[in-house]
Design a protein around this ligand. Structure first.
Ligand code: SAM
Length: 462
């Protein structure tokens, strides 16, 4: 280990900053956040520092550095291009046993600054011991993506609840189990989602139960998560986080293997998918299974393609959970219409083409399509059809039969956002034949409207 990692309490302590530019301003802001007192020595100041001086947030000396500036200081930061000055301040601070950091001059530093992920009061500091600061920044940005933004709220909530938890669960090992369940359970999820009232109510309920039974039950919950249309990069941060903490995942046929691979390795995987006329599990059975697993205390990830609330029956699934009092949360996903349109270079709305867009299902019942055709065929409107690949000939015929121009631009996007994405564009009257020749297997969406012509210029995904 090249450096000792410590977090220093500088509240009310004097810190010297030499330099008046942007880099110095960043150091000053950080010191003020940690409630230190700033003595700033610089002839001229950047705008940000001028404002802080005007607000009397710092003590400013508009002159050259003097050895007396070090008196009473706990730390020194030097942020200036003047090499001689850097060396002189570093030497004098070191001789006076004051820790010094010179920006971008590792050899002159007696302490270095880590890259930080700030979820105050939770702080993560990353350092490469001065060897590769860029690597620290890469690690930091990776941490930023998977540490929830509400982590600080969670720490505050846990801190504020500590005494009550101790009173309700005096036994140390039971209390430890409570905290483990807390961090991975619905109370923490409520806090992270900003629902502090729901979190408080559930904590009250849990503590009342715990002090009555002197036991700590782990509570199960369900995460209804949209996995998007296929490209794993389109998952939300929250989806990724919940995928890491689930005990069991119930997934559909359309969720690709690359996304399933991102679920916690030891989570149990249950395929509940559907294909035309072949249901691995009926809808009610899926609901019953989720309820049973959650009641067993499991964290159940219900992973659905696209967005769970767009032709995904997500509403029905959580309705079943709600009537059983199971805690759940819903994480939206990129729906196929949005994903396919973006990756095909077809804006769904565009000032010169369409001011509205409607999503419909083209799923035929008893070989019939029962749709409100007149509403679908309107000028300045884009129509997106889900589950319309097999009914495409009937769909095109009916649209034209109800007055749509056979020359209306149209497209079918097959396996949108995935590596094997294919797009066919054709006038509405010729689309079904073109798609039949291409032998698409789906999943696919149909897009109808003049926005489709924009693909000629806006196509980007190869
Ligand atoms: C049962 S619906 C589920 C929709 C999903 N909940 C959503 O928001 O995208 C299945 C239909 O979504 C569309 N779909 C899903 N993923 C797709 C993809 N990657 N490319 C094209 N269409 C897709 C197809 O129309 C497919 O038949």
């Amino acid at each position: 280990m090249t450096h000792l990692p410590i977090f220093m309490d500088i509240k009310g302590r004097q810190v010297l900053v030499v330099g008046g530019g942007e880099l110095a301003a960043r150091k000053v802001e950080m010191i003020l956040k940690a409630e230190g007192r700033v003595r700033l020595v610089a002839d001229s100041l950047c705008l940000a520092l001028e404002e802080l001086v005007d607000l009397k947030a710092v003590e400013h000396h508009a002159r050259a550095f003097d050895a007396d500036d070090l008196v009473g200081c706990l730390l020194v930061f030097v942020a200036t291009d003047d090499e001689e000055l850097c060396k002189r301040v570093a030497k004098q601070a070191t001789e006076a046993d004051i820790l010094v950091n010179v920006v971008d001059q590792f050899d002159l530093c007696t302490f270095i600054m880590p890259a930080i992920v700030n979820r105050s009061p939770v702080m993560v500091a990353v350092s490469t011991g001065g060897e590769a600061p860029i690597l620290s920044r890469v690690v930091k940005s990776q941490l930023e993506t998977f540490l929830p933004t509400g982590l600080g709220l969670l720490a505050d909530f846990a801190g504020a609840s500590r005494d009550r938890v101790k009173a309700a669960i005096p036994d140390g090992s039971l209390r430890l189990r409570f905290w483990e369940n807390f961090i991975h359970g619905p109370i923490a999820e409520y806090v992270l989602a900003g629902q502090s009232e729901a979190a408080g109510n559930l904590l009250d309920e849990t503590l009342t139960k715990a002090s009555r039974d002197q036991g700590v039950e782990s509570q199960g919950e369900v995460y209804l998560v949209g996995a998007g249309p296929g490209d794993p990069d389109l998952l939300t941060f929250r989806a990724m986080r919940l995928m890491q903490q689930a005990d069991v995942v119930l997934h559909d046929r359309l969720v690709p293997a690359e996304i399933l691979d991102l679920v916690r390795r030891d989570a149990e995987r249950v395929f509940v998918g559907k294909r035309r006329g072949d249901h691995a599990m009926r809808q009610e059975e899926i609901g019953q299974l989720m309820i049973r697993l959650a009641k067993e205390g499991k964290r159940v990830l219900r992973l659905k393609s696209g967005d769970p609330f767009v032709f995904g029956r997500g509403g029905e699934e959580i309705d079943a959970l709600s009537s059983e009092g199971i805690h759940f949360q819903v994480v939206p996903g990129v729906t196929a219409a949005n994903g396919c349109a973006s990756y095909a270079g077809i804006p769904l709305t565009h000032r010169d083409h369409a001011q509205s867009c409607i999503f419909i299902t083209g799923h035929a019942k008893d070989d019939k399509l029962d749709l409100d055709w007149d509403k679908l065929i309107r000028p300045s409107q884009t129509l997106v059809v889900y589950m319309g690949l097999y009914s495409l000939p009937m769909l095109c015929e009916k649209l034209i039969g109800h007055g749509a121009d056979a020359n209306t631009p149209a497209a079918v996007v097959d396996n949108g956002t995935r590596k094997n994405q294919q797009v066919i564009t054709a006038p509405l009257g010729e689309l079904a034949d073109a798609v039949a020749k291409a032998e698409f297997l789906g999943p696919a969406v149909v897009i109808v409207g003049s926005v489709v012509t924009l693909r000629e210029r806006l196509s980007w995904f190869k």
